[in-house]
Design a protein around this ligand. Structure first.
Ligand SMILES: Cc1ncc(COP(=O)(O)O)c(C=O)c1O
Length: 389
């Protein structure tokens, strides 16, 4: 699949192992953006001349594809700028000034699923409860469900950790939340990249993900709001296209998409769903193979403490005396790109007792040879610079 991604032709000497931060883009997605801006550029939902109607139809098509991708209905799909914006919208909506009770999140959350809740809870005097991870950084469903009581307004949990790669039991958490009368929210930013996601099976009220992590354009994202729960959402922004003649917000999804959006990117996101649909099995097979290989190769390097406990597309570790930033900078000089630092998961870093980690993450365009280059260079750096405690 590597040949689908022109980034690697442009950068033949780069070993890109940072797909959990952002993925590279296939040619068809890039072409789709260029095609829209070259041939069809016009605003949507406003005018009735042919190319504007065509652009509106392309956005509607992208919405249908997004809905099919997670087994939702098009009228449950709100286009956002990404996971962060979506989760801010949900947190601000359900923790309004009239809300009373508590919110449950976990220590495993990315800042984008922690800070919005913390902020909304602080503003409105709502209690924020944090479910703990165990000593290995693993989140058990019971650690979350035992914090939910009849005062819980919402539970918001990641579907896959961006640090350990753990896929959490969100089905169990969401069904417990429903039984207790609480809303359930899933941060699926990493989950959708590597797993088939069905919002009906999960049973969540809200689910958010970003386009740029699934080989789509930056600045795009999806917020799923179930038909039963969309009424609980309040728009973060209002304006053109999102209000009625009397300036009241439109009902349904269109009340949440104010102003002119990045239409070229949304259309290209539609193309991304096509790409994923055609290649899902191939992606899974390649990634399973690479995940096992990466885990195995890292686990045997002297001086490494594995933070990720079993093979995953996302593999984090620490390196004794050498800090993660030293490792990241040195590997960077060899053209090897990994993520270093807190990975925006401060609470999890505290729970693990580390300042930061090194994180290597794979995509379908990576190869075993690249993993060899990375692990050989890493071993060399540790040997030369004394990574051992
Ligand atoms: C688990 C998780 N949630 C949320 C986000 C935020 O996504 P975005 O920056 O695309 O809004 C990320 C990004 O790394 C993530 O890994």
């Amino acid at each position: 699949m590597r040949s689908d991604f022109p980034f690697f032709r442009a950068n033949p000497d780069i070993v890109y192992l940072d797909s959990a931060a952002t993925s590279q883009k296939p040619q068809c997605v890039i072409d789709s953006m260029v095609d829209f801006m070259t041939k069809r550029n016009s605003n949507v939902g406003r005018s009735l001349y042919p190319i504007s109607s065509e652009a509106s139809a392309l956005v509607a098509e992208a919405r249908e594809k997004a809905a099919r991708f997670i087994n939702a209905k098009p009228e449950e799909i709100i286009f956002t700028e990404g996971t962060t914006q979506a989760l801010n919208m949900v947190a601000a909506s359900v923790c309004g000034t009239d809300a009373k009770g508590n919110i449950v999140i976990t220590r495993m959350e990315h800042s984008s699923n922690h800070a919005p809740w913390l902020e909304a809870c602080r503003r409105n005097g709502i209690e924020l409860r944090l479910a703990d991870v165990d000593a290995d950084g693993i989140l058990r469903a019971e650690a979350v469900t035992e914090l939910i009581d009849d005062e819980t307004i919402a539970v918001s949990v990641t579907g896959m950790s961006n640090v350990t790669g753990q896929v959490t039991d969100i089905g169990a958490i969401c069904s417990h939340a429903r039984r207790m009368g609480a809303l359930s929210v899933v941060d699926a930013a990493q989950l959708v990249v590597h797993n088939t996601v069905d919002v009906r099976t999960i049973g969540c009220d809200f689910l958010a993900f970003s386009g740029h992590k699934i080989y789509g354009p930056m600045g795009t994202g999806v917020l799923f709001a179930s038909g039963d729960s969309i009424g609980r959402l309040k728009p973060l922004t209002v304006g053109g296209g999102s209000v009625e003649r009397d300036y009241s917000p439109k009902t349904g999804i269109h009340g949440f998409e104010a102003g002119t959006r990045n239409i070229a990117a949304i259309v290209a996101l539609g193309q991304t769903f096509d790409y994923l649909k055609s290649n899902r099995n191939a992606i899974k097979n390649i990634e399973d193979d690479l995940s096992g290989y990466l885990f195995e190769k890292l686990s045997v390097i002297d001086g490494i403490r594995m933070i990720t406990k079993s093979p995953s597309q996302i593999c984090s570790f620490t390196t004794g005396l050498l800090g993660c930033y030293d490792i990241g900078a040195m590997l960077g000089k060899f053209g090897i790109c990994i993520r270093t630092g807190s990975c925006c998961a401060y609470s999890l870093m505290d729970a693990l007792g580390v300042q930061g980690v090194c994180r290597a993450s794979v995509g379908p365009y990576n190869t075993k040879e690249e993993i060899d280059i990375f692990t050989e260079r890493l071993s060399w750096v540790l040997r030369r610079c004394g990574g051992f405690r």
